[in-house]
Design a binder for this molecule. Structure first.
Ligand SMILES: [Zn+2]
Length: 149
């Protein structure tokens, strides 16, 4: 099954966290093939959030610098001339051309059953819980039947 980066990410988020030993082994392989490879990661830009650590007292008031943002490399606060520190938040910037790439994900019968179950469950829930962003993924697991006019 060919999946785009967005579909792979969505599916990773839907996969169950627990199951029997066989399920867990299948899940591990499936997660590996859905995850980004080293080569793919190199084509993405990762930005980290930095904030200025400045804390000072001015006129008996604690002043906290609110300068923060996402940067590729550690910046220096323009107001305090000190290096800004990572907050731990990061952003993966995927180039638009990479979003269209599809990767062949090999799934055996059991892997297919495990991966498709959460989508099926969302669709068949009462009320149904499938969301618009999952439609393309759903269609790959359950291709719509061609209707004869
Ligand atoms: Zn600052």
């Amino acid at each position: 099954m060919k999946l785009t980066i967005v579909e792979r990410t969505k599916l990773l988020g839907l996969l169950p966290q627990e199951g029997n030993i066989l399920t867990l082994k299948i899940l591990r392989k499936l997660r590996e093939s859905l995850s980004f490879s080293e080569a793919e990661l190199k084509t993405f830009n990762t930005t980290h959030e930095y904030m200025c650590p400045y804390r000072g007292e001015e006129d008996n008031t604690l002043v906290i610098c609110d300068n923060k943002g996402f940067f590729l490399e550690q910046p220096t606060c323009c107001r305090h001339n000190i290096p800004m520190l990572q907050t731990g938040q990061m952003n993966l910037m995927i180039p638009p051309e990479a979003l269209k790439n599809e990767k062949e994900i090999h799934m055996g019968t059991q892997a297919f059953a495990i991966a498709s179950a959460p989508l099926k469950a969302l669709n068949e829930a009462n009320p149904p819980k499938l969301t618009d962003d999952l439609v393309s993924l759903y269609d790959k697991f359950f291709p719509p039947e061609e209707k004869e006019e």
